[in-house]
Design a protein around this ligand. Sequence first.
Ligand code: SF4
Length: 439
Amino acid sequence: MANTIYQEIKKSLRELYVEDHRPWLVGFSGGKDSTMLASLVFDTPLSLPADKRTKPISFVCTDTRVEIPAIVEMVEGTLARMRTCSAEHDLRIDVTLLKPPSEQSFWVNIIGRGYPPPNRTFRWCTQRMKIDPVNIFVQQRLGHWGEAILHLGARRAESSTRAQTMAGRETRKGLRRHPDLPRVWVSNPIEFLTTEEVWAYLLQKPTPWGGDNRSLYKLYANASNGECPIQIDTSTPSCGNSRFGCWTCTVVERDKASEGLLASGDERMEKLIEFRETLLYFRDPGNGKRDMKRMNGNEGPGPLNIAARRELLRRLLALQEEVGLQLISPEELLLIQQLWKAARDPDDGRGVARIVNKQRGVIMNTDLNELNRLRDLEEDVAREKGIDPEMLRRMLAKVEEYSESHRAHGLPDDLLNILKDDLEKQADWSKRLRCPKSL
Ligand code: SF4
């Protein structure tokens, strides 16, 4: 019975491949559902004669830079085998692993900008680390192709919410319009399969790109949890619900996947799980790690204060040495340094280098003479204009930050907030001067 269902899915994919001219995009997360989808997609051109394998197919996978190490290793291995298989059989399939740019990485947002670790109400991470990189990639592909069909591995049996959402969508010949990308049509070839049918398919035969799915099965057994689906838009359910997600994820109460991997012998996870607890502690406004003012100047728990950001960086670098994995890149460190200069209690431009240089084996280059010369220059300009040098430095750092990311939207508001902060500080000081007891 199950074999008939698989044959039907394969048949309709083959018809779509041959009869429809649009190129294909395929979301791949490395989890069981998307691995099954990827197998079916690979089998489609493989089942056709060589001269009929004409359709361009792009596989797209995201790596947030804070993925669970065992998952990264498995996914990278799979992608490499997929590329080889495509080249050997001339399948016209390309495979791309997307990462968020350093300016939007988890650590640059948390340690650099002071964003609190994400929770359900402020889940800033998915858009920046998953959706945006995919959208940019899709737009580039559409620039060449005009239109595309996007295959996803979503299934109704995953949850009742998923079933309801999928049932409510209008489809034409099995395709529905993408809610945000007008020239993209979405297909869900394994929509009606049960979890058992997915595993039965994956375990009954080798993958088209070589090897079997036993290691994937073992990983699931070890992590005893679901997968973080490839995020294409905000209507895709949170990867905080069912996941192999980021090891840093503070959206979930407990990271069962990481705990499961630790229980099955992946010792790297022990320290990573501890660090996730640290992030939860830092997020709690009661623990003195947050500014008492929001980023827009309103009252309420705001970004992580600069002392907390320094402490997190120290701990992250220590963790990096302990687990022997690169957790943060030199480029991210430089960006953090840049952002600290524009923070509410700005840094002198050497804070990151001081912390990094203290760590064994890691040297961060900063030109101290150049920094000192710049500082003197800023002091001179501030004196001449009668303004606070710290405020000037924060404003300059903010302008630099925007110019590095080649955008200006939001800059006037950020500059205004720095000015407001400065005025408030001055008002605070003059109040204190009027009332010497408060000093
Ligand atoms: S797994 Fe968690 S931290 Fe990672 S993108 Fe998803 S919600 Fe954010």
